[in-house]
Write a protein that binds this ligand. Structure first.
Ligand code: SF4
Ligand code: SF4
Length: 691
């Protein structure tokens, strides 16, 4: 009764209006939650303040979603995180000269702490600053001693992520440089015995711990060595453990939520960068050049805002505005982002690094300075932000068109041209062949004679219901095929080199856009338009259905790229690999990342997705060595292997039992731009939506 009383002052329609969401959608969501009570759960994002989590947990109690909690398992924290009082007292001690030594253990507080703490100025008053770090950072720059430590891929470690669940990390490579495992450094210091150090110190320490704390609990019939190697092989060990206490909901917590304060001005949401995280990955060129899955911006952060908010401020995309909050300010370019709530703006963190490396330094702006202190309800949501246009401008670079929603032709283009095909679940249940029906009208009568492929014919299928647009496949393709990073300037003139891209289309209105995502790579067409126009036959067809590139023959006319309707061919305008940016790619250790199985391409040559031909050749060789026929499922492409959603299927389309054949024959399967009669060997499975 008291909850109902408390909520009586709120109305759903007022909420919908204030939050710029459709009232009908909110009502539908509420009725869905009631309909699926006991099997639905609401999750509050980790940036939201504790009060919101308390309210959401009550909602979960009401819909009985809490019965879904895994009460037999709970997240384990083995160490106490510092609280704000710890930080404040440390910084005040440092500031007043009462701290002689500070040790940073693989952390970068000079960059990451909210600027209100004035950590950097307090650190200047400490006599000895030691930093253990994997690379140069803002904190190493202020340290007297910098101890280079192993990269994570060179390190041993173990983790306990939840009750009874132990996992293990083992190095994949011997340390490349003269570095040490950071935990081993601590062990030496703890024992105050420098002679104790050896390369296996932490490895042996881990083995001892596992022998005494895990192996003994399991009462196994095998000896410890056998157990250890099988644990390393599996990567995870389960131990029967009781959860110490199962939390229950206390309604008083809800009653005690204070009324939210009235806010004026704009609300700023700070979020980790999709590519650079909190900044620790910002020195990685593959990631900086990976288009953001939604905005498609590369190499920058920006203030994302709705069209209406931009109109109120009289700014447009690429205009620079000043954001002021908590007595501090930053200047950033604007990006008008369909779907943003009015009066709320969003900025990604992880940019504006200094002293970090060739790639990261001075890319974007450091927005950490606007972060709230630990004492605020949320460090990431900043209220009462002042936004002021500066009259300056700054060019953001995106890999897709801006403003397509303003253009009626572009808005519906992907649907009208059969690039994106979608439907609703209801539509599919009523008529599973509705996509096939749509396709019929698009199939032209071919002027080409059909070529018979008698052996394996390679094909790929991409399920758009599974694809989340995460873009991991793009990075995987970069790594597998030695695809160079070309930099912001080159991307701005359309010269990015990624063989696989994730296309993003908006439809609907700028307030409530519908987003459609589509991984796009060479479609390996049977009737490839690129092959017909090459004057030197540098791109031809293989008997197993591949559209191939003979790099040595290519003279760089770019006719093929011009004639490709999917725009998936990439031209080497420079010798990106060894001449571009003072031969960055030939520097150590960057040169070590090359895949030696892939052919080198040079300036003036066209390239594109090969269906990972080097993997096909390797599988062929293995089959020959083993004296057997090559099978379609002997090969996994790099993008397929990396896709966490398993949206990509690859194999032999001439084998009716193969997964890829089944996907191709699925009623939802379609080719992009089918009306052009290119007969692609990449099939897309149309997306089904709820509404
Ligand atoms: S099949 Fe291979 S080359 Fe083609 S997009 Fe996937 S990873 Fe890149
Ligand atoms: S990795 Fe998979 S889910 Fe992610 S964008 Fe690529 S195809 Fe989609």
């Amino acid at each position: 009764k008291r909850v109902v009383e408390l909520l009586s002052g709120y109305s759903l329609s007022e909420f919908a209006e204030k939050a710029s969401v459709n009232l009908k959608d909110v009502r539908m969501l509420a009725s869905d939650l009631l309909k699926y009570r006991r099997s639905a759960i609401v999750y509050a994002g980790d940036k939201l303040p504790m009060d919101v989590h308390i309210a959401v947990n009550l909602l979960n109690e009401v819909i009985e979603g809490t019965n879904l909690y895994r009460t037999d398992q709970s997240t384990v924290t083995n160490y106490q995180l510092s609280n704000e009082e710890d930080w404040e007292s440390l910084i005040s001690d440092m500031d007043s000269g009462r701290v002689g030594v500070v040790i940073h253990f693989d952390s970068n507080p000079v960059y990451h702490l909210p600027q209100g703490y004035k950590y950097a100025s307090a650190l200047k008053k400490v006599e000895t600053v030691v930093t253990l770090a994997q690379s140069h950072t803002e904190t190493t720059q202020m340290s007297n001693w910098v101890l280079p430590i192993n990269h994570d891929l060179e390190s041993w470690n173990d983790y306990k992520t939840r009750t009874g669940f132990f996992s293990m990390q083992q190095p994949v490579i011997y340390p490349l440089y003269s570095t040490r495992q950071k935990e081993a450094v601590l062990l030496v210091w703890i024992d105050q015995d420098t002679k104790k150090f050896n390369e296996d110190l932490y490895h042996n320490y881990l083995m001892d711990r596992w022998q005494n704390e895990i192996y003994k609990k399991l009462n196994l019939a095998v000896d410890f060595k056998t157990f250890w190697y099988s644990a390393l092989h599996d990567g995870v060990v389960f131990v029967d453990e009781l959860v110490s206490s199962i939390p229950s909901y206390k309604i008083d917590a809800f009653y005690n939520i204070p009324k939210p304060p009235r806010t004026n001005g704009y609300t700023l949401i700070l979020s980790q960068s999709y590519v650079a995280g909190d900044g620790r990955f910002s020195n990685n060129g593959w990631l900086q050049e990976l288009p953001h899955p939604v905005t498609k911006v590369v190499w920058d952060n920006y203030v994302a805002m709705s069209q209406r908010t931009a109109g109120t401020l009289r700014v447009n995309s690429n205009d620079v505005i000043k954001l002021s909050a908590n007595g501090r300010e930053v200047k950033l370019p604007v990006l008008i982002q369909p779907g943003m709530a009015d009066d709320t703006v969003m900025v990604e963190l992880g940019y504006g690094r200094t002293n970090t490396g060739t790639v990261a330094d001075e890319v974007g702006v450091n927005a950490n300075v606007l972060m709230n202190s630990f004492k605020s309800p949320s460090r990431w949501i900043v209220s009462n932000v002042l936004l002021e246009p500066t009259g300056e401008s700054y060019q953001l670079v995106t890999t897709m068109e801006h403003h397509s929603l303003d253009n009626v032709l572009l808005n519906e283009m992907p649907f009208n041209r059969g690039i994106i095909r979608e439907g609703t679940l209801h539509e599919y249940e009523k008529n599973p062949d509705f996509i096939r029906k749509e396709r019929e009208g698009d199939r032209p009568k071919s002027i080409y004679k059909k070529f018979e492929y008698t052996g394996i014919k390679w094909a790929m299928a991409i399920d758009l219901n599974k694809c989340t647009g995460c873009s991991i496949c793009v990075i995987s393709c970069n790594a597998e095929n030695n695809i160079p990073v070309v930099g912001k300037d080159q991307v701005s003139v359309g010269r990015e080199m990624q063989w696989l891209r994730i296309d993003r289309y908006y439809s609907g209105s700028p307030d409530l856009p519908r987003v459609s995502l589509q991984p796009m790579l060479c479609q390996q067409c049977d009737n490839a338009p690129c092959e017909n126009v090459c004057p030197v036959a540098a791109t031809t067809h293989s008997p197993d259905g591949l559209n191939m590139m003979v790099y040595n023959r290519c003279v760089g006319t770019r006719y093929c790229s011009n004639n490709c309707p999917y725009k998936v061919r990439r031209f080497n305008f420079f010798n990106f690999r060894d001449h571009f940016e003072s031969g960055y790619y030939n520097q150590q250790p960057v040169d070590m990342m090359y895949n030696p199985e892939v052919t080198v391409r040079s300036r003036g040559v066209m390239e594109k997705c090969t269906f990972c031909i080097q993997r096909i050749i390797e599988a062929k060789q293995e089959a020959i060595q083993e004296g057997r026929q090559l099978k379609g499922n002997d090969v996994k492409t790099a993008c397929q292997q990396a896709c966490p959603a398993e949206a990509i299927t690859f194999g032999d389309m001439n084998d009716p039992e193969s997964e890829v054949s089944k996907e191709r024959e699925h009623p939802l399967g379609y080719y992009v731009l089918e009306s052009l009669d290119t007969v692609p060997n990449v099939t897309y499975k149309a997306k089904l939506r709820n509404t």
